[in-house]
Design a protein around this ligand. Structure first.
Ligand SMILES: [Zn+2]
Length: 180
């Protein structure tokens, strides 16, 4: 479910001035000292997420529908080079378009998303007049959804945000065939 290890910085201001003392604690990144000449130590520590001292919580889990995009799955032009003969051509195209999942594994476990397959099956008969050409496009609409969550841990009474998780899922929703 998780990477296992979390790195934290401990700012040790116990022997410092009031501001340093009040900053004493754990942070997910190295902190800027509260003033010049601060010589408080910052120590990096590593925590095992599965340890009983650590509890993990995911907050602000969000799902946002974003713009759809149209992708070309097939594009070709058939030309009739003859100047006198009308040509008939069969055209067949089959393909399955799957959901594209780009989620960090923790987010994948956390959110519900649709895993879909869109089957494209096109079969048509074209009549191409002398000297003419026919262009075929097969266009698939992909619906983009963004997922986000914050990962927090609680450790020794401190609540620390350790990661912003973000990922996306693209679902094929429909296709259309265009002939010119
Ligand atoms: Zn200090």
């Amino acid at each position: 479910m998780s990477d296992g290890i979390i790195g934290l910085y401990y700012f040790d201001g116990e022997d410092g001035c009031d501001s340093c003392q009040s900053m004493t604690g754990y942070y997910d990144d190295r902190v800027d000292p509260p003033h010049e000449n601060c010589d408080c130590e910052q120590e990096m520590i590593f925590l095992d997420e599965d340890s009983s001292e650590v509890s993990i919580e995911y907050k602000n889990i969000e799902k946002e529908d974003s713009d759809s995009s149209i992708e070309t799955y097939y594009n070709n032009t058939f030309e009739n080079h003859s100047e006198t003969v009308t040509v008939k051509r069969g055209f067949e195209f089959s393909e399955s378009v799957n959901t594209r999942i780009d989620l960090p594994s923790e987010l994948e476990d956390l959110v519900d998303y649709d895993d879909e397959t869109l089957d494209i099956n096109e079969s048509l008969e074209m009549t191409i007049e002398p000297g003419e050409s026919v262009e075929i496009n097969i266009l698939v609409t992909m619906k983009l959804t963004i997922y986000r969550a914050e990962k927090w841990i609680e450790f020794e009474g401190y609540e620390i945000k350790v990661a912003d998780l973000e990922g996306s899922v693209e679902n094929p929703t429909q296709y259309e065939t265009e002939l010119y």
